[in-house]
Design a protein around this ligand. Structure first.
Ligand code: GUN
Length: 279
């Protein structure tokens, strides 16, 4: 029987735990505050930002919303970030990506204080992850580790293959699996004979951004398959990077889309916010 990893249920558990922690902080007079900045009104970003604000409210985290116009200049955004870096009551700062073309994303992410970087995108936090030091970790890969742990799947000593090498998912995912003592391979669009590589995996994490690309012939019998992708297919139905109907019968465990990795990203953002109070 294939275990279907229920990200909705696990993320709800995490949010309940965080709610209790936040209440305990409040009892000590400590309030947690997240600043969320959106530039322009990309519809997908608006949905993500709304979900983040709702999660804050549910858990008891104060959120400050900055909705800036599409034509905001880089200097204006950098000046807002500088102000938020200086405000002691702001624990976390999140700039929703993507940013409009006139703004240099790297410059903006580097301007956020590493101590308030709850997205885990600042080079100081990425570097800390790389050398095994404490720091904020990118939320989606951190969510994948939490899903595996809370589903009773051990990583230590396992062949882990990550497909995708983005800065936000693929690279930190590989580092986190390594930190958990997995034997890690990172495959990507230039990998030769990808199927041979993915078929080695005991744990296969897919973050390629191509709808239903991973079919059953990419997967070893009994593997654990984690699907980070989210797309709308030609019938407007949500699907992942993995062709779930053909792959699921061959797995020992698999994440569905929706309801797998997706809900974990916000839960881990909330976890980073709660941790930000003690950095
Ligand atoms: N845009 C898409 N995913 C993310 C994310 O995890 N954080 C931010 N800030 N923007 C995003």
């Amino acid at each position: 029987m294939t275990q279907i990893i229920d990200g909705k249920k696990i993320s709800t558990q995490i949010k309940e735990e965080l709610k209790e922690q936040v209440a305990a902080y409040k009892a000590q007079g400590k309030e947690i505050c997240l600043a969320v900045i959106q530039v322009g009104n990309d519809p997908a970003s608006s949905v993500y930002v709304r979900n983040k604000k709702n999660a804050c409210e549910y858990i008891g985290i104060r959120s400050l919303a900055y909705e800036l116009p599409q034509e905001t200049t880089e200097a204006e955004l950098l000046s807002l970030i500088a102000e938020l870096n200086d405000r002691a009551e702001v624990n976390g700062i999140l700039v929703q990506l993507p940013l409009p073309a006139q703004i240099n994303e790297e410059k903006v992410l580097n301007a956020i204080s590493p101590l308030k970087d709850v997205d885990g995108f600042h080079p100081v936090n990425v570097g800390a992850l790389c050398i095994g030091k404490k720091g904020f970790v990118s939320c989606t890969p951190a969510g994948v580790i939490e899903l595996l742990k809370r589903s009773g799947i051990s990583i230590s000593g396992k062949e882990c293959v990550v497909v995708g090498r983005s800065n936000i998912v693929g690279k930190p995912m590989a580092l986190l699996l390594l930190r958990e003592n997995g034997t890690v391979t990172v495959a990507h669009s230039r990998t030769e004979d990808l199927k041979t590589v993915t078929r080695r995996a005991d744990i296969l994490v897919v973050a390629v951004g191509k709808p239903r690309m991973i079919t059953a012939d990419y997967v070893k019998e009994g593997a654990v398959v984690i699907d980070v992708g989210i797309h709308r297919d030609e019938k407007n139905k949500l699907c992942g990077d993995v062709d779930y109907p053909s792959v699921a019968p061959h797995c020992s465990a698999i994440t569905p889309v929706p309801g797998g990795v997706g809900p974990m990203t916000i839960a881990m953002l909330m976890k980073n916010c709660v941790e930000s109070v003690s950095v």
